[in-house]
Design a binder for this molecule. Structure first.
Ligand SMILES: [Zn+2]
Length: 125
């Protein structure tokens, strides 16, 4: 039986947007369209829809906390332009990191919920 990947390997696979179990199949068909199953090992990526929302929620809250700290620490000459730039940077962080955060969320979901319930594919030898 092949060895299960470690938590660090799972997170790396999530950041690379690859299947948490085999590390080969792509998680997304497009930029943010999640594939239903792995093209390599047939793992269902999100068997319980919503299992990854908590990670997306907390990471969004983290970026929001950073933006609030940024607003408190900066004193631009023009408040509206400064805050507008910070708001655009915040939205950019949220949107640009979405597929990577979702990949990590699916990897963590696999680690906690499905690691033992769905055994890796058997090798032919
Ligand atoms: Zn796979």
């Amino acid at each position: 039986m092949p060895q299960q990947p470690s938590l660090i390997q799972l997170i790396r696979r999530g950041v690379r947007k690859r299947c948490p179990r085999c590390g080969q199949g792509r998680l997304f068909r497009g930029w943010y369209t999640l594939s239903e199953r792995c093209s390599s090992c047939d793992l269902e990526f999100e068997p319980l829809e919503g299992n990854s929302w908590w990670f997306m929620y907390y990471t969004t809250a983290f970026f929001t906390g950073l933006i609030i700290i940024g607003m408190l620490l900066t004193t631009p000459d023009n408040q509206w332009i400064g805050r507008g730039l910070i708001l655009v940077a915040w939205m950019g962080c949220i949107v640009a990191t979405m597929p990577y955060r979702k990949g990590v969320a699916i990897a963590l979901d696999y680690f906690t919920e499905h690691r033992t319930s769905q055994p890796p594919p058997r090798s032919e030898d």
